[in-house]
Design a protein around this ligand. Structure first.
Ligand code: GLC
Ligand code: CA
Length: 533
């Protein structure tokens, strides 16, 4: 386990939307390089950079056409290397986005694979043995794409053909389903390792792995996919022990034993996440899966709903890897900022930055950016597009994102006179931005609050508030209390009285009181408090 993860605080950067340095309307790497000062100010020490590789950008770069080349719209490989080096000089590590499961149909490997004549790429993708074999169970196929007599399997959109990692249980009646140890799948594995090696050697600190659980097909329990990651992790541990892997899997009980250091709970797939924030399912945007979520100031839901699904995952993975509850990501609308005040958001961050595991902040969430509704889809964004709008740096018409004419921006900036921005919040002491900074600094200053400090809910009662939990590491014990409701709350806490006067580290100074042999916790509406015992 790379040591640095214990104190890592990540920031997700969508390169096309962060900052444009050359006025073409698209964010780029030289732009990001100029923002290292902002990363330091904010206090983050790690970045997840969404895909920045060659691509026709039909899925915003998750359709890679050359895994070894930065897309010209973002800069050059040299620009990326400079960013790695300069960031590292400031103690900031950068993870790239690795898309192992599929390529673009524009990838040279796929074009070769489309040929009717056999060549070395023939078995790099999954093709049925004839175009008439099209209703393969459990997979999606594209029919009659080339002169090759077969249909290819896709992973996501139709232009993202699945690389061939084989089938865990190939159907003997479907000889085109190759076992994982067949030459094609083995060659693809070797290539995946080459790609990882290439970027690690250039200075990347690891990878966020796209659709990490999807590689081997017909793989009940993902056993063969897990074996593949285990092999790669074993290799990393010897060759690149400082490199970190975080998976888009949303099943830490599988992803972490498989070899990932961290796994995301995905907003659209994780009941734990939805118990906190009531996201909408992407597959059924109209179907609200909320019930009522905990961070709802009007009618907060029970924290027990979160704990019921989170605690088993936490207990199963403790000491082995970290769970990531991100503030959001490029796939998730609405953003947390929609329908929440800065005060609500500061409380959300108090939680996200004091729970175990590794925090990830989606760019712009630190200032409360909102995802606009009704945007025209861009590069395969569809309902996700609102989470990808330009970062809001200042109050100028393009929000300081770009000097390009407004109609040439990658996506429109949120069109609202009240849109938040960095320049306005920096000088204000209790702005959301400054509270997030303070919370990051607080986390980093206290081992109990860092990734592997233990987590024990002390007060989590149905229909009652606040939620109180204890974090502990070594000698240090820290209590956190959270009241998401607009109403004040007061409870008695079942906890040993402490000998010394506890110290308020953040938030409501009078929240915890020792009254005789008891503790009392009192919190005003929408507030929280952090105390050291
Ligand atoms: C992941 C990415 C998403 C992309 C998809 C296909 O879910 O986060 O943006 O469209 O994989 O690669
Ligand atoms: Ca640019």
């Amino acid at each position: 386990m790379p040591d640095w993860l214990e104190k890592a605080v990540f920031y997700e950067i969508y390169p096309q939307s962060y900052i444009d340095s050359n006025g073409d309307g698209i964010g780029d790497l030289p732009g990001i390089l100029k923002k290292l000062e902002y990363f330091q100010y904010l206090g983050i020490n790690a970045v997840w950079l969404n895909p920045c590789f060659m691509s026709p950008f039909k899925d915003a770069g998750y359709d890679v056409s050359d895994f070894y080349q930065v897309a010209p719209r973002y800069g050059t490989n040299a620009d990326l290397q400079t960013l790695f080096v300069e960031a590292r000089r400031l103690g900031i590590r950068i993870l790239l986005d690795l898309v192992p499961g599929h390529t673009s149909t524009e990838c040279a490997w796929f074009k070769e694979s489309c040929q009717a004549e056999r060549n070395i790429y023939t078995d790099w993708y999954i093709w049925t043995n004839s175009i008439w074999t099209w209703n393969a169970p459990g997979v999606q196929t594209v029919i009659g794409y080339s002169e090759r007599d077969g249909n290819y399997i896709t992973n996501f959109f139709h232009f993202q053909p699945a690389l061939n990692y084989g089938f865990a249980k190939p159907d003997p009646n479907q000889p085109w389903q190759q076992p994982v140890d067949a030459p094609g799948p083995q060659a693809v594995r070797r290539e995946l390792k080459n790609i990882m090696k290439f970027w690690l050697d250039l200075g990347a600190s690891g990878f966020r792995v796209d659709m990490a659980g999807s590689l081997v097909k017909n793989d009940p329990g993902c056993q063969e996919t897990a074996r593949l990651w285990h092999e790669l992790r074993t290799w990393l541990d010897t060759e690149y022990p400082e490199a970190a892997l975080v998976s888009e899997w949303s099943d830490p009980t599988v992803a972490i034993p498989a070899g990932f250091h961290m796994d995301f709970l995905l907003p659209f797939a994780s009941p734990a996440y939805q118990a906190l924030f009531a996201m909408k399912k992407i597959e059924a945007a109209s179907q609200d899966v909320s019930g009522s979520c905990f961070f709802d100031p009007v009618r907060p839901g029970d924290i027990q709903r979160f704990l019921d699904s989170y605690l088993p995952l936490y207990q199963a993975t403790r000491g082995k890897g970290f769970i990531v509850i991100p503030s959001g990501n490029h796939d998730t609308t609405p953003r947390l900022g929609n329908g929440r005040t800065p005060r609500d958001l500061a409380l959300v961050f108090l939680f996200l930055l004091t729970i175990p595991g590794v925090p990830f902040i989606h760019y712009g969430d630190e200032i409360g950016m909102r995802s606009p509704d009704g945007l025209k889809s861009k590069e395969g964004g569809y309902g996700r597009t609102g989470a990808r709008t330009p970062m809001q740096w200042d109050g100028s018409p393009n929000a300081g994102f770009s000097s390009a004419p407004r109609d040439q921006l990658y996506l429109p900036v949120e069109d609202s006179p009240t849109r938040p921005n960095v320049a306005a919040q920096r000088p204000i002491e209790d702005s959301l931005l400054n509270q997030v900074r303070q919370l990051i600094a607080l986390r980093l200053a206290h081992p109990a609050l860092c990734a592997s400090g233990t987590f024990d809910p002390l007060y989590a009662e149905e229909g009652k508030l606040p939620f109180v939990y204890l974090r502990q590491q070594g000698e240090e014990k820290i209590l956190v209390a959270i009241n998401p409701s607009a109403q004040p709350c007061e409870i008695a806490l079942d906890l040993e009285p402490s000998r010394e006067q506890p110290e308020c580290l953040y938030g409501e100074a009078a929240a915890f009181r020792q009254a005789g042999t008891q503790w009392r916790v009192h919190l005003p509406g929408v507030s929280g408090s952090v105390y050291r015992l």
